[in-house]
Design a binder for this molecule. Structure first.
Ligand SMILES: Cc1ncc(COP(=O)(O)O)c(C=O)c1O
Length: 363
């Protein structure tokens, strides 16, 4: 008698791994490992979340109308062209199921977000990984790999974990090279942090073209990662197809209330961006003073740092862990000689820098 067998393509999948041991965090841990917003959520979001506690016995409103309306008003877009998911992760997986299958090719960048190969493989599609140059997305490499089987392109801009971005011109060049039936999934999870002028946040692209869906998340700038809310904006034909297979009640009522309040708190968002730009750039400058590390330019809320060898990267992780500072190992991205550091609060960044300097003085 056999045992139930998963599809071959599921069996060949490697589960997403955070690179962080699964354990209860000590209360005084400095957690710079998940690219979470530095300050936690807006107090207004917390109040709205708590105020929804008398609704827990009720199923959520299935179309989360108010949340879509709030997003639509905030970004001046059509609420019917918006879909929400339990994190943008859920939307990525749904897009894979809706648009790709065995025989199709799904393209993504070598050091793109680690969920992308899982999206491709979970749909039974062929994962096409485009090599990067100096840890930057290679747009010409994408264009060169378009084939009649290409079904979907997954692009994070800015990219996690490298922190790099592709500019408006390069994005438009890639889109222009895609046949109309190829879906561009433009994952702008960190868009709100970007302050450079030649960056495109994806709203206009998704409004202009039927083969683009832009993804955003409440996990980063709004620091609501624990609530799991992401959203997508694209042509209503795309949204319609995702709605057909999504879990009917995928957004909980308190989460929707918190997200609406978070969006409305523009002062909180402005402060978070100013803080991020200031302390990310300060940390990068301080680390650049050390010849033995490579700091990659970042437009997100994190920095990728090259240590030169996996031993040194592991040594640094251990040194920091002993001081209750958690950063992200990059072995899962095939970059075992690198680490990624999230921009935390000022005192956290200063404590981290002192501890890193201690390590670099010895190693
Ligand atoms: C590029 C990118 N896309 C999507 C996500 C997923 O975000 P969410 O929390 O909305 O699932 C992340 C989270 O780290 C990310 O870095």
């Amino acid at each position: 008698m056999g045992t139930p067998q998963a599809h071959n393509y599921i069996q060949s999948l490697k589960a997403y791994h955070t690179g962080v041991a699964c354990q209860r965090d000590p209360d005084d841990l400095i957690r710079l490992s998940f690219n979470e917003g530095a300050f936690g959520p807006s107090p207004k979001a917390l109040t709205a979340y708590q105020a929804a506690n008398n609704t827990l016995h009720r199923y959520p409103e299935m179309t989360y109308f108010d949340l879509r309306q709030a997003i639509a008003t905030h970004y001046s877009i059509n609420p019917d062209a918006i879909i929400c998911g339990a994190g943008s992760d859920e939307l990525l997986m749904l897009l894979g199921r809706v648009f790709a299958g065995p025989g199709d090719e799904v393209m993504y960048s070598q050091y793109g977000f680690a969920v992308y190969p899982i999206v491709a493989k979970a749909a039974g599609a062929t994962a096409v990984c485009v090599p990067e140059k100096d840890l930057r997305t290679d747009i010409d490499g994408f264009i060169a790999r378009i084939t009649p089987k290409t079904k979907m392109v997954l692009l994070a801009n800015p990219n996690n974990p490298t922190g790099s971005y592709i500019d408006h011109g390069a994005l438009r060049r890639l889109h222009a090279a895609l046949p109309e039936h190829v879906l561009l999934v433009y994952d702008a999870a960190y868009a709100e942090y970007v302050t450079v002028a030649d960056y495109e946040d994806g709203i206009a692209l998704a409004r202009e073209y039927k083969n683009v869906i832009m993804l955003r998340t409440f996990s980063k700038i709004h620091a609501l990662g624990g609530l799991r809310i992401g959203w997508g904006y694209g042509d209503s034909s795309i949204i319609d197809m995702i709605n057909r297979i999504r879990n009917p009640f995928n957004i909980s009522t308190p989460s929707a209330h918190a997200a609406i309040a978070a969006l409305a708190d523009r002062d909180f968002q402005r402060h978070s961006v100013e803080h991020n730009t200031r302390w990310r750039d300060w940390l990068a400058q301080q680390l650049q003073l050390r010849n033995s590390v490579k700091v990659y330019p970042s437009v997100g809320n994190f920095l990728l740092i090259g240590l030169g060898s996996a031993d040194r990267a592991n040594g640094l992780m251990k040194h920091l862990a002993e001081r209750k500072i958690q950063i992200r190992a990059m072995g899962g991205y095939q970059l075992p000689d690198h680490v990624r550091i999230t921009v935390g609060r000022e005192e956290e960044i200063k404590t981290l820098l002192d501890a890193m300097n201690q390590f670099l003085d010895q190693a």
